[in-house]
Design a protein around this ligand. Structure first.
Ligand code: FAD
Length: 362
């Protein structure tokens, strides 16, 4: 029976551990500095909205991972209401003038009129041009999902535990050291590296292609109805506007920003004002008629760092200091919506890497 350590308990580590744990032959330890319940600038997953708004370019691995993730999220939403995901109407607005901004490029696939994902999400339809506000070049609506991360991440932990996995806190300086942390006391046959942005500084990995895209949010109690997102704002090319109401009383997330190479963990109050004003301009139903930001009932302000990787997400086999590794990190702003697609691929690599390993019976 292979001893496997999954290093990292964000959505990437938990989804990979969940899929691995379905095979009772695998003995799994999930090892992490931060676990669900923690809020920390080194831990991206709790800060995410999180919803499914595909951004991968047509024909890319990224788009494939998003396409392959949808059926899993849909099934969990339908079968397991306790997982904290619900279906939600979604409105997407595109302004051609945003095309060259950081936000416009990030959302370029999402906002185009005839995207690949039109046959993946539910009820996709264009919004007729006569219904568009001035300045909006095209728009569409569909049904997507919104994930309450405060419920979903613990749900994943519960599924892993139910399947026999063990959870352990530790801070690892060099990736090969994780092999000595398996809960059985034996050496791990393989480590799955799901350390997100910390892959930049983790010994043995030190991936210089990793950098943050800072996302600032405001969580409010107001419920505007559908989710909404636009290609950009008039407040600078690293600022964004999106609104999503989480399942099961999780509040509404108002975003945001997409500030590359910005590590600032503290909410900027001026940016928070702009986020709230833009959200109301995009979705007036957030507040009562005539109200401005004073009509918002704030739960908290937050900042998360999206783990972006130049050249794309790293899902590959490796061997470091004689220890077998499978990497699964660098999911930028799409860690949830690509989670199952990426983890299925990582699990296949785990099986490949363990072929021939004395304890592997896969
Ligand atoms: P993380 O969640 O950062 O987890 C890393 C794990 O590794 C942690 O457990 C950490 O403790 C552990 N770790 C790291 N180094 C070590 C070490 N040396 N020793 C021990 N443990 C270690 N995605 C979507 O799909 N949809 C959205 O709507 C969405 N919205 C977002 C909004 C915001 C504001 C932000 C910030 C992100 C958003 N994202 C969204 C992106 C998504 O949150 C990330 O892609 C995802 O959370 C990355 O997960 P991860 O598991 O790879 O990394």
């Amino acid at each position: 029976m292979p001893n496997i350590v999954v290093l990292g308990a964000g959505v990437s580590g938990l989804t990979t551990a969940y899929l691995l744990s379905k095979d009772p032959a695998n003995k799994i330890t999930v090892l992490a500095k931060h676990m669900p319940g923690d809020y920390d600038i080194e831990y991206a997953s709790p800060w995410a909205g999180a919803n499914y708004m595909p951004v991968g370019k047509e024909g890319s691995d990224h788009a494939r991972w998003e396409r392959e993730t949808w059926p899993y999220l849909k099934e969990i939403t339908e079968k397991y209401p306790e997982a904290g995901i619900h279906f939600r109407g979604t409105l997407i607005y595109n302004r051609k003038k945003d095309q060259e901004s950081d936000t416009g490029k990030w959302f370029s696939e999402l906002t185009q009129p005839n995207p690949w994902y039109k046959d993946v999400v539910l009820d996709f339809k264009p919004i007729p041009s006569e219904k568009l506000a001035p300045g909006v070049d095209n728009a569409q609506e569909f049904t997507s999902v919104c994930i309450n991360t405060a419920i979903y991440l613990p749900w994943l932990v519960g599924q892993c535990i139910k399947n026999g996995a063990t959870f352990k806190r530790a801070v690892i300086k060099h990736i090969a050291d994780a092999a000595g942390e398996h809960h059985t006391g034996g050496k791990a046959d393989l480590i799955v590296n799901c350390t997100g942005l910390s892959a930049k500084t983790l010994g043995g990995v030190n991936d210089s292609k990793m950098h943050p895209a800072r996302g600032q949010i405001v969580v409010v109690r107001n419920d505007p109805g559908p989710m909404a997102s636009a290609s950009g704002t008039d407040d600078g090319e690293t600022e964004a506007v999106y609104i999503m109401t989480r399942a099961a009383g999780g509040g509404t997330i108002l975003g945001g920003s997409y500030q590359k190479h910005n590590w600032d963990p503290l909410p900027d109050p001026n940016l928070a004002n702009r986020i709230m004003k833009r959200a109301i301009a995009l979705t007036p139903s957030l507040v009562k008629p005539g109200q401005g930001i004073e009509g918002l009932d704030i739960v908290r302000h937050g900042v998360g760092l999206r783990p972006l990787r130049e050249g794309g997400t790293r899902i590959e086999k490796d061997e470091i200091d004689g220890v077998k590794i499978v990497h699964n990190y660098g999911h930028g702003g799409f860690g949830y919506q690509a989670s199952f697609g990426c983890s299925v691929e990582a699990v296949a690599l785990v099986k490949e890497a363990l072929q021939g390993s004395p304890r592997a019976k896969l």
